[in-house]
Design a protein around this ligand. Structure first.
Ligand SMILES: Cc1cc2nc3c(=O)[nH]c(=O)nc-3n(C[C@H](O)[C@H](O)[C@H](O)COP(=O)(O)OP(=O)(O)OC[C@H]3O[C@@H](n4cnc5c(N)ncnc54)[C@H](O)[C@@H]3O)c2cc1C
Length: 160
């Protein structure tokens, strides 16, 4: 991710496009800072640290300048990267655990955890307080990744 110094507020929507097989998005906050990003960075999972790759920042900046030329005179003030959970189908897991009574899963937001936050919070509150939700979350069950187990394997897994 890259953020510029503030400039006049002109980008009211999000610019989202594929360039060279990777998505780049650009948006501006009303205060004027322009944000754009085109991952991935580098990660050290042992140390739980993510690192910015300068060449990626440079490439992303070049592409952003091509799309939004009026960015050119402004400085980049910050870059960052981070670690987050990605599921194989890019959809989160949001449901009661089928194995641990009372445990509710909400993870694997695959790049969309901020925007899904308000809806996720509402669903989690309903699950915690009422034990059910009016929102259809069937597609988010962890069971979608379960392998077909024989009765014998299932019994072994449960007793482990
Ligand atoms: C660079 C970058 C840009 C992003 N931009 C956007 C965006 O524009 N819009 C958007 O919607 N999403 C964006 N995301 C995705 C968003 O950040 C995630 O989807 C969201 O933060 C996931 O929330 P979470 O609570 O599931 O996990 P996290 O935010 O990762 O929170 C998990 C927390 O659990 C803690 N933890 C881990 N293990 C343990 C343990 N054993 N014990 C106790 N605590 C533990 C961690 O320290 C962490 O604080 C971006 C992600 C990155 C990396």
């Amino acid at each position: 991710m890259v953020v510029s110094e503030p400039l006049p507020y002109r980008i009211r929507g999000t610019v989202d496009c594929e360039v060279g097989g990777r998505y780049l998005y650009i948006r501006q906050i009303p205060r004027g800072n322009v944000l754009f990003g085109r991952g991935p960075g580098r990660v050290d999972l042992e140390a739980e640290r993510a690192f910015v790759i300068p060449q990626n920042t440079f490439n992303a900046s070049n592409i952003a300048l091509g799309l939004v030329p009026f960015l050119k005179p402004y400085h980049i003030i910050r870059t960052w990267s981070g670690i987050e959970g990605k599921m194989p189908d890019s959809l989160p897991v949001l449901d009661f655990s089928p194995r641990v009574p009372g445990l509710i899963h909400a993870f694997g937001f695959s790049g969309h955890g901020f925007q899904l936050g308000p809806g996720t919070g509402a669903v989690l509150a309903e699950l915690a307080l009422d034990g059910r939700t009016g929102t259809n979350i069937v597609g988010f069950q962890i069971g979608r990744f379960a392998k077909e187990l024989t009765t014998q394997q299932l019994a072994e897994e449960r007793s482990a």
